[in-house]
Design a protein. Sequence first.
Length: 295
Amino acid sequence: MTEPNTPYAWGSRLATIWQQMGMSFPINVSLIASEYTTRYPDPISKIKGHDVSGIEGMLIKRESKTDWVILYDATVEVPGRLNFTLAHELGHYFLHRHLFNEFKCGQDTLLDYESKNSRKREAEANKFAGYLLMPLDDFRKQIVGETVTLNLLSHCAKHYGTSLTATTLKWLEFTEEAAMLVVGRDDFICWSYPSPAARKLGAYLSPGSPVPDSAIERLNCGRLIDGINTNIRVAPGVWHSSQEAEESILLSDRYELAIFLVRFPLANFSNYDEEDVMDSFQFLSERSQGLNWKK
């Protein structure tokens, strides 16, 4: 069988093998790394925590044994973040191990981050992680016939063992809906990311823009159940100059952030032109603020 040679092909193949074996979600990245790579002369033989400050994950070749080791930040307490880090390093193994003997990936900066090739490798490792942990066929099954809210996406995040942010970005990447994820702190926007359909509408809020007053009022009134508010309809002029929207909010106490999912259910695209769309994981890789979920 021909070896895959793209992030999508590698991630999809491994996710398919996992499902064909009757294994349940979330995908156990450590198990795949230790079992699947034994077919190669340079397998991954060890996965363990490290205490190197500022380094989220590492993939290192041991010259004495010609095998590889994945190291991860042992202080990380969030399972979704850890799972994505392990999958990211596994992506480096399948896609890039012939290039270097060592990969060090930080949360805010990456080794040789200013290099275009380095950014490309990190984006590819992130894409691999997304396709492995959240295969599209299964993701679509989780949401079919449902109105997508942060509550539903939180369920999907638990199903896949990923962060809510990474899960939502994955949905935005493949959905045909006009929708946008917005992350804010202290009444100002950290970043926003629209789906392809929402991008056609010009739905984007730049970092530093104020969070809409009505959304701040909802947050201040505390009308959230378990930190999440179900969809409410908001008028044009709130999240988009001419589009009515449906808004749901989640509060993240851990990061002191407000997360907004904004959908535009009545959007008409006849008057909007197509724009180039940045891959969601490439986007998240370039955002070291917000939830810092590039890993």
